[in-house]
Design a protein around this ligand. Structure first.
Ligand code: FAD
Length: 300
């Protein structure tokens, strides 16, 4: 946590990674982690693939973070295709290796984002039930959950969506991390709705740096995230110009986070896509600077 020079609360960041599939991807993940670690994130989280498809890789990545860094890892966990007993076993295994924080999720249907979700007959049905299950194993474990500023596509309305978020918090979640979004007004309105419903935990904005606009646009369509016209226009005509694209992406992301800072937000969760470059720049703009690890500083 790094103190800024003004009177606003200190900025805190967290970084999300996905478990690598190949040795080359593992190398680029670790170079991203090494680049971002000196910024002293509050925690780093590692995603869990559809249907538990990355179960071993997620576990391996989390374990390596625990062994080789001073970072606090949070393991994502979903309810997809698993009984409660199976999910509980995974929680206990993580706990045995020293993991103290989970991101509890329902997950997507077998056909991916947007497909119908069929719960396992003996499984947890959603993030709220999973949060309760984790807390039942160890009340000391920290649980974060998801939140959707534009509501989850399966929620019929905001009231239903917020009601589920409330259940997640009532079941022990102490932080919500949002789906990525580009319209800060929508985020602010969602937070106001949550507060009116008696939800007082931090609702941390999930920020996605746009490395590839067409990919982000496709993913946005699948997850119900709206792309404002001005954003599409910023990337117009840059399909074959990666250098300008990356400058525009940094500017767009900085604009979004600085506007959120102006609205009083001090915690940010970055979807890094296992890349450090853009996230590092944005954190620098936010005022974060590298700090020597405490152990080294004490030894010096
Ligand atoms: P929930 O919030 O539990 O539920 C989603 C919606 O389903 C609800 O809003 C409601 O409309 C409906 N619903 C829930 N319970 C019921 C019920 N009993 N009856 C009827 N309808 C119900 N996906 C992964 O596969 N791996 C990850 O690591 C991962 N990490 C993520 C991290 C964050 C911060 C976010 C925001 C999303 C992440 N996702 C991940 C995506 C997530 O799995 C999908 O968005 C999924 O569709 C919903 O999961 P959830 O936990 O948000 O679901």
């Amino acid at each position: 946590m790094i103190q800024r020079r003004d009177t606003r609360p200190p900025i805190r960041v967290s970084f999300e990674f996905f478990p690598p599939k190949t040795p080359a991807m593992e190398e680029s993940l670790w170079s991203a982690i090494q680049r971002l670690a000196p910024l002293q994130p509050d925690f780093v989280s590692v995603t869990y693939g559809a249907g538990g498809s990355t179960r071993e890789r997620t576990h391996h990545t989390v374990e390596r973070i625990l062994k080789e860094t001073d970072l606090a890892p949070a393991a994502h966990l979903t309810c997809v295709d698993a009984s409660r007993a199976e999910v509980d076993d995974v929680v206990r295994q993580y706990r045995a290796t020293g993991v103290k924080h989970f991101v509890a999720l329902r997950g997507d249907g077998q056909g991916g984002a947007g497909s119908a979700y069929v719960p396992h007959p003996e499984g947890y049905r959603n993030g709220a039930e999973l949060a309760a299950g984790i807390k039942a194993i160890d009340p000391e474990i920290e649980v974060s959950v998801s939140a959707y500023p534009e509501k989850h596509p399966e929620s019929p309305d905001f009231a239903t969506d917020i009601d589920l978020l409330k259940r997640k918090v009532d079941n022990g979640a102490t932080r919500a991390i949002t789906q990525f979004f580009f319209d800060n007004d929508l985020y602010e309105r969602y937070v106001e709705r949550a507060r009116r419903a008696g939800i007082y935990v931090p609702i941390v904005p999930g920020i996605v740096p746009i490395h590839d606009f067409s990919k982000v646009a496709r993913f946005s369509a699948a997850t119900g995230t709206s792309i404002p016209l001005w954003l599409a226009e910023r990337f117009e005509g840059l399909e074959n110009d990666p250098q300008t694209r990356s400058h525009v992406a940094a500017a767009v992301c900085a604009e979004q986070v600085l506007d959120l800072v102006d609205r009083g937000i001090s915690d940010f969760h970055f979807y890094t896509m296992n890349r450090a470059d853009l996230v590092y720049s944005i954190c620098h703009i936010l005022g974060l600077r590298e700090t020597a690890p405490v152990r080294e500083a004490a030894a010096a």
